[in-house]
Design a protein. Sequence first.
Length: 318
Amino acid sequence: MCGIAGLFDTRGRRDFDRGLMQRLNDIQFHRGPDEGDIYLEPGVALGHRRLSIIDLSTGQQPLFNEDGSVAVVFNGEIYNYQELVPELEALGHVFHTRSDTEVIVHAWESWGEACVQRFAQPRPRCHSCALAVPEGVRQCGACLLQPPPLHRCLAALDYAYPWADVLAAFKFQGDPGWARALAPLLRSTPWVEPTLEAADVVLPIPLATPRLRERGFNQALELARPLAGAKLQAHTLLRLPGHAQQSRLARSERLHNLSQAFWLEPRHAASVAGQRVVLVDDVMTTGATLHAAARLLLQAGAAQVSAIVLARTPSPHD
């Protein structure tokens, strides 16, 4: 995602060197290649490098309130910013961007430090399938009735605006470089880091050969590379040819289509026996793909199989 940098004088209001702040910002160019800027005033210096995702044309940072008296640099996501905008507008604030970051400066003006209580936390999700659930609920009803083969399933966000467009650019416009920005978002999702640390083996969900040839890269593998390090095994879980595209099928058809869609490379199959395996994919729709892969791995002797995905398709009942 984006990169932020700052210098603060906790004892006074000394002036910071603009050249120093610019060098700090330049060092993190790889975090935000689209644009960058710095802001200095006595006692504080802020820098920002931007990777444009929301509000591509007017979301530049540092970002200010109406009179320039409040400034912010921010890397993250305000999950409920669209709900807060009309509330803040009713209080008299004027928005000049469609960026979730602008909500922060206006919320600070109106609510002070209490503004952080108004920013929604990541959605609570079912531990087994990553669908959204009410606060305090561990598993959804469907997973309680029919437990899936996954020990844990974690998703960073819903497959919805603006992330659906971002993932479309990642997968269908031949830009694997998106993985460098999306992988940190996935890693920062609650429980993803400890799940990766506890894993013995990390496997990306493979693409069928025709799709891989058409796309030129496997998006799941590109996401897994910066997450898994030496635990990554890119050629252990393989996909058999001759299966219909999952996106065109209903859930029951997906399950049948995937019943024998995966196999383990014989020379590597023994490496999963007794191991804690984590599967990585970009989007989880019905769970059929991940479940089919998990069942195969459990049959091969894996101790447990978890999954982490960037986006989860919401339930139609949400």
